[in-house]
Design a binder for this molecule. Structure first.
Ligand code: FAD
Length: 484
């Protein structure tokens, strides 16, 4: 029996209408619901970086259109959710608020406070799981403690069976419009100017990014289906080829919940070669594991999980950091990755590992500087995956590559961009160099450089650090932490 009052549905990182347990529950219980999204300017949660804001803007625009296609409207507000939600509930005459669980400490605290306030006012906050394959607290060791290592966690995860199937989209998705309700609402409930809040102004660095991405739920579904029907079959090798676009590129959509991980899982579950499929599903597993790690270690984005590294003598070189950020290090594969990031808001996973290792090891710059830069420039910037991977590469995480494993950019280029196509695409000033000179142009013969129009130190930078010196310096710093 449906309640007579509408439900309020608070969308967060779940900007879709399909496989949305909170939406289904709200419609089942109330028959109709009102949709809201809040740009949280309360300062209680980390605000998104520039590139994420731009992708959020485009996603919200597409999402609002789908809500409108179902007869509703998505109200977008800016402010403190703890203040806005109770006001909205009152204005809408809603008794229940529906949403999905969030797993970050600050967000959980905020939700708990809102739930308590609503309860005191005689209403209720209903939270369901809807953004991960499995809720973090459900995967535990036999003694009930959290797993620390991915392989053990993955085994525990798989022992619980296949993740459940996506929930069917309600046949009649009765979404309500805010128009009549907000007719005489005060200033506080005035819809946000999302363009002003989220888009860059001067310079408009996002105009180029738009060429690389499509937006909205239908686009994400198509991308997932095409991937499952094609590249999934050779994902094991394809995912490491930096020039080929053979990974799914679903990360920005997963980040904002435009598609759910279990939708992706079930698109792929019976497709492709078994071995490749297993690798892909385990990558989706890494996304869950990252959130699991953040859930159990709230300080993951700003603290070494291995405290032994707190005494590591990081270098503070603004000049080297800026060269890395701008893709001007003089190491072609590093510069290619950083320029791909700047232009598209995304970087190939292999390149992310190479540039991160170069920053934290060869340049010996604190991984948190890199995490921050990625936070600002990635459209898929995610508090869990970003921090887990940075700590993995830097060697400071619990589940981490050992510190002494230092990616050699030249060997990585040789293996994963053997013809230099990725470098040519993103570092065009080197594009005329032959395959065997492009990874390390500083070593090329003068006549080879001249023929390709490359002048080291003029048309392309000299390496800001010698790869062997950088390696030795990192190892020396690491040895000191072991002695401390
Ligand atoms: P696919 O290869 O198609 O994988 C499918 C999905 O699995 C991805 O969309 C992603 O959701 C998940 N996934 C894959 N690899 C990982 C991984 N190593 N860790 C966690 N999830 C993974 N990913 C983010 O989503 N946000 C980040 O902020 C982020 N920061 C990173 C920082 C560093 C230093 C490194 C090394 C990796 C980072 N990653 C991050 C992980 C990974 O690089 C991206 O998820 C992946 O490149 C996205 O491309 P894709 O969708 O084509 O991936």
């Amino acid at each position: 029996m449906a309640h007579s009052s509408p439900a309020l549905l608070w969308f967060r990182d779940d900007l879709r209408l399909a496989d949305h347990p909170a939406l289904n529950a709200a419609l089942d219980a109330h028959g109709e619901c009102l949709c809201v999204y809040i740009l949280d300017s309360s300062g209680s949660t980390r605000s998104p970086g520039g590139a994420s804001k731009w992708f959020l803007h485009e996603t919200l625009t597409a999402f609002s259109k789908s809500v409108e296609a179902h007869g509703g409207s998505c109200l977008i507000l800016e402010g403190d959710p703890a203040k806005l939600i109770p006001q909205l509930m009152k204005k809408a005459g809603a008794e229940k608020l529906y949403c999905h669980h969030r797993y970050q400490k600050a967000a959980r605290d905020q939700d708990d406070a809102i739930a308590t306030a609503l309860e005191k006012a005689g209403s209720e906050m209903v939270r369901l799981h809807g953004t991960l394959l499995r809720a973090p607290e459900t995967v535990t060791t036999k003694t009930g403690t959290p797993y620390k290592i991915f392989t053990a966690w993955w085994k525990g995860f798989k022992a619980l069976g296949t993740p459940s199937k996506p929930v069917a989209t309600p046949g009649k998705c009765a979404l309500k419009s805010w128009d009549a309700i907000l007719k005489d609402a005060g200033k506080a409930l005035k819809p946000a100017d999302t363009g002003k809040a989220l888009l860059p102004t001067q310079p408009d660095w996002a105009s180029k990014m738009a060429e690389y991405w499509e937006f909205g739920e239908d686009a994400a579904q198509e991308i997932a289906k095409d991937f499952a029907a094609g590249p999934l079959d050779h994902y094991g090798t394809g995912r490491n080829d930096m020039a080929a676009e053979e990974s799914s590129r679903l990360s920005p959509y997963l980040r904002l919940g435009v598609i759910s991980p279990r939708q992706v899982w079930h698109y792929c579950a019976d497709k492709g070669a078994k071995e490749d499929r297993e690798i892909y599903l385990s990558e989706l597993g890494w996304r869950d594991f990252s959130w699991y790690t953040l859930f159990h270690n709230p300080h993951l984005p700003d603290r070494n999980l291995k405290s032994q590294f707190d005494s590591l003598g990081w270098r503070h070189s603004k000049k080297d950091l800026a060269a890395w950020q701008r893709g001007q290090t003089g190491i072609p594969v590093v510069d290619a990755g950083m320029r791909q990031l700047w232009e598209t808001g995304w970087m190939h996973n292999r390149a992310r590992m190479i540039v991160a290792s170069f920053l934290a090891k060869h340049l010996l710059i604190d991984w948190r500087e890199g995490e921050n830069w990625f936070w600002d420039t990635l459209i898929d910037a995610d508090p869990a995956s970003n921090a887990v991977n940075w700590q993995w590469v830097a060697g400071t995480g619990i589940e981490a590559s050992p510190f002494f494993r230092i990616f050699n950019p030249l060997r990585q280029t040789d293996k994963f961009d053997p013809k230099g196509d990725y470098i040519r695409r993103w570092v065009p000033e080197l594009s005329r160099l032959p395959d065997d000179a492009i990874a390390a142009p500083w070593d090329a013969a003068p006549e080879v450089l001249e023929k390709a129009g490359v002048k080291i130190g003029k048309t392309y930078p000299r390496p800001i650090v010698s790869l062997s010196d950088g390696r030795d310096r990192a190892m020396a710093a690491y040895r000191k932490t072991r002695g401390s």
